[in-house]
Design a protein around this ligand. Sequence first.
Ligand code: COA
Length: 156
Amino acid sequence: MLAPNKTVVRIARHDDINAISALITFYAELGNLLPRSIDEISQNLEHFLVATVEGEIAACASFELFTPILGEIRSLMVSSDYQRQGIASNLIKHLIDRAQNMKVKQVMALTYIPKLFHQHGFRTVDKSIFPEKVWGICVNCYKFNNCDEIAVLLEL
Ligand SMILES: CC(C)(COP(=O)(O)OP(=O)(O)OC[C@H]1O[C@@H](n2cnc3c(N)ncnc32)[C@H](O)[C@@H]1OP(=O)(O)O)[C@@H](O)C(=O)NCCC(=O)NCCS
């Protein structure tokens, strides 16, 4: 399951903000993930990676810290034209490398597709072990009282 050779993964730049925002808005409107404003994306830009195909943004994901030892893979999405080609897996690998370089001990994510993360060593856990996420971010989500996302955790 290799990403196509023409896929390039790189740190997001300012001129990617609109494309990242368009991807997030598309999937947020489908209910797949939380919406994020342009301001929020801009403030977190340094945490984002993008995957490009022939120069166009095909996917993005971010790794954002809650504490010095715990971070989250967020806003992971691949344009529908490029799914099931290993691009999300490639981004997850890059973000795990980033977390390792940052000496982070735990990487978590909330997902509807735990299998995608299990393939990278994550295990399913109870969301309640992440009060930073639940009471810092989830509490503002419209799905807070009936969230069906699954929490996964990788210990580094
Ligand atoms: C979920 C998503 C990021 C996966 O991206 P992708 O690049 O297609 O994923 P990969 O090709 O790396 O998939 C690797 C493996 O994960 C699993 N997987 C990926 N997407 C899956 C899906 N929709 N349903 C079930 N398993 C899936 C499969 O085991 C897959 O391997 P396979 O293709 O050999 O069967 C993409 O479908 C997407 O952007 N969805 C909409 C946004 C979203 O839900 N984001 C939140 C993700 S946490």
